[in-house]
Design a protein around this ligand. Structure first.
Ligand code: ZN
Length: 413
């Protein structure tokens, strides 16, 4: 039997052993492992979720890496329809090709390509495309729908195979992928084997400055082993003979950065955005232990406020439920100590219905029940989607019940 997790001794980006615990978190079970009634009796393993700071390069990271077999069980594939996404990707593909001089006919590869909406946008503009997506059923569906996709993990070996068959890639994209990968040197090795001399990497990942600045604890869970920022990545790319040439912030996932990288000494000019973002990170000291400690204090305050408010409601005989049964909900329930204060979790995802939350075993019920059961208070764990939730439940709200927003600060409406 293999171990359920391994503990790293060195920084994932720079290999320094100066890893210091900076923001201790409540340990939790695997956050998305919602349980059937039959599984409630089985033992659930709890894993460390403390955030460590590399005092050499500033990278924030988990040290314990939970085994991928436990983190990524094969769920049955359900087609998702995300309205508006294709338009977003069309604009992205158009902008990137214009700004970075990517010609039609170029070869574009995406790691973690999912159903392939982004690649489809490049195909529309005349590019050759290839997706790499380890979830086999999704890869099969994408291929059938016109986005050729390999059901594989991206490794240096795979990069060699792709290069042999298709030639070098002019664009390699990886969105929300790097934070989940332990061996980033191997991924870089693969990128370098596949990337053309005039090619670019386009990477998007959630941004540590937003996580610590806004207390976005729902982005902290075991799949996310890295919490990236620009300065540590700039040094990491440099060590690999690559050069960060652009850094743009966007609001995805509460705050993300999109980075563009070329070979060191490449023909593209370095955008001032890179120096500007690194200067901002230094000015705000987002890589300082004191900043992580302040983040911890802020969480303690929020936990205290929620305990007081929800405790009062409970003592007054009011009903309190939750909305949203995601991986981030588990972190929030543990961190904010809400397990005994929230009765059940509403969620739209039919896969969650009839199941129980990891560790704390709160029952998950259809979100449609909200209007009928009309609890006095609903803690919105899916706090980013409050507007959509309010629209979906026009009969709940003022006069009938209250939404409790736990993040980014406590708000009762
Ligand atoms: Zn480091």
């Amino acid at each position: 039997m293999t171990a359920s997790f391994v503990t790293r001794k060195t920084c994932r980006l720079c290999h320094s052993d100066k890893l210091t615990i900076g923001l201790p978190m409540q340990p939790t079970p695997i956050g998305d492992n919602y349980l059937t009634a039959a599984a409630l009796q089985s033992r659930e393993e709890i894993f460390n979720l403390d955030l460590y700071l590399c005092e050499a390069c500033g990278q924030v990271q988990l040290r314990d890496v939970v085994s991928p077999e436990l983190l990524y069980p094969a769920f049955p594939y359900v087609t998702s329809v995300s309205v508006g996404l294709p338009e977003h990707f069309r604009k992205f593909a158009g902008d990137l090709m214009g700004e970075q001089g990517i010609a039609a006919g170029s070869f574009v590869v995406e790691i973690g390509s999912n159903e392939g909406p982004m690649l489809r946008a490049f195909k529309e503009r005349g590019c050759r495309i290839l997706g790499i997506e380890p979830a086999a059923e999704i890869a099969r569906a994408a291929t059938a729908a016109g986005v050729p996709t390999l059901p594989r993990y991206f490794t240096p070996e795979l990069a060699r195979e792709v290069r042999a068959e298709h030639g070098h890639a002019t664009v390699i994209a990886a969105n929300n992928v790097l934070a989940n990968i332990d061996d980033l040197d191997a991924v870089m090795e693969g990128f370098k084997l596949l990337l053309a001399r005039d090619g670019i990497l386009v990477l998007e990942t959630s941004y540590w400055r937003d996580v610590v600045g806004k207390g976005l604890i729902d982005t902290i869970y075991h799949e996310h082993i890295s919490y990236f920022s620009v300065a540590p990545l700039h040094a990491f790319f440099h060590r690999h003979g690559m050069q960060l040439i652009d850094s743009q912030w966007n609001s995805n996932k509460g705050g993300s950065i999109r980075l563009t990288v070329q070979w060191s000494g490449g023909t593209r000019a370095v955008n001032p955005s890179v120096a500007r973002q690194i200067a901002l990170e230094q000015r705000e000291k987002i890589h300082a232990l004191a900043t992580l400690a302040a983040g911890r204090r802020r969480l303690n305050e929020l936990t205290g406020q929620l305990q007081t408010a929800l405790g009062d409601f409970q003592r007054a005989g009011k009903s309190v439920t939750g909305y949203g049964a995601s991986v981030g909900t588990t972190t929030m329930l543990y961190e904010l100590k809400l397990g005994s204060l929230v009765k059940e979790l509403f969620d739209d995802n039919t896969r969650k219905h009839g199941k129980f939350s990891p560790g704390l075993h709160l029952p998950c019920v259809p979100a449609g029940n909200l209007d009928a059961s009309r609890p006095d208070y609903v803690v919105v764990f899916a706090w980013r989607y409050l507007e959509q939730i309010q629209k979906k439940h026009p009969r709940y709200g003022p006069g009938r019940g209250h939404y409790v927003l736990p993040l980014p600060e406590l708000k009762i409406i």
